[in-house]
Design a protein around this ligand. Structure first.
Ligand code: GDP
Length: 225
């Protein structure tokens, strides 16, 4: 799907208040360190190095924003949040980072959806569960939410089916999809869902008014590809 391939690096910030205000839907990618988040973003955008910018020394605790949009017109932004739970990070850095993330998730204006990356061989970890608790009320208020189970190529079909149904029970009302960067499994499905999040369909205008007069024309649909 062409839309995600338009991703371009926009900006990076170590602190929430340094992020620019964004006036288009923003979709955040979060997950435990090593969950496969960078590989997933790079696969969706078909850009080998895009999300690995977040892994450069000094950048691992930054929020990186990428713009999306055809013909140079930004119509959505992806936010790549630093991976959490990395064992070698000091406790004080972990606490500071968790605070930045929670603040981002509860207070970022324009935040439209969250993609939580999870390695299905580990399942939802304690930190993932803590994040789900923070997200639950926001999802109930309408924030979109997707859990992407990465590295699906490492599981058999029946293992995939089992972990999918278990994760669906714990997804706080969000969706769950299987993904493999290696086998390109789930790439189109995830891209399609993110497109829908960023381009919600307006309710259709009634076909005709009660007195029989024609309703005004609906605005022309935007082209997806
Ligand atoms: P991040 O820390 O969440 O950004 O994780 P990375 O994207 O760096 O991936 C962590 C490790 O998992 C790397 O060794 C990747 O090569 C591996 N990985 C990521 N996605 C896949 C996948 O779909 N299949 C397999 N087999 N390995 C993957």
């Amino acid at each position: 799907m062409g839309w995600m391939h338009t991703a371009k690096f926009l900006t990076t910030a170590a602190q929430l208040h340094h992020l620019p205000p964004i006036h288009v839907p923003e979709i955040a990618f979060v997950g435990r360190s090593n969950a496969g988040k960078s590989t997933c973003i790079n696969t969706l955008t078909q850009q080998k190095q895009l999300a690995f910018a977040s892994k450069r020394p000094g950048r691992t605790q930054h929020i990186n924003l990428f713009s999306l949009g055809k013909h140079g017109v930004t119509d959505a932004v992806l936010a790549d949040l630093p991976g959490y739970g990395y064992a070698k990070v000091s406790r004080s850095d972990k606490v500071r980072w968790q605070q930045v993330m929670v603040n981002y998730l509860v207070s970022r204006p324009g935040l439209t959806g969250i993609v939580l990356l999870c390695d299905p061989r580990l399942g939802l970890t304690e930190l993932d569960e803590a994040l789900l608790e923070v997200l639950r009320p926001r999802v109930e208020e309408g924030l979109k939410f997707l859990i992407v189970l990465t590295k699906a190529d490492k599981l058999t079909r029946s293992e995939q089916a089992k972990i999918l149904s278990i994760t669906r029970l714990n997804a706080a009302g969000g969706e769950v999809m299987m993904f493999s960067a290696l086998k390109k499994q789930g790439v189109d499905e995830v891209a399609q869902l993110l497109w829908q999040w960023a381009h919600p369909v307006q309710p259709a205008a009634p076909a005709a008014a009660p007195d029989g007069t024609a309703a005004p024309d609906a605005p022309e649909d935007s082209q997806q590809n």
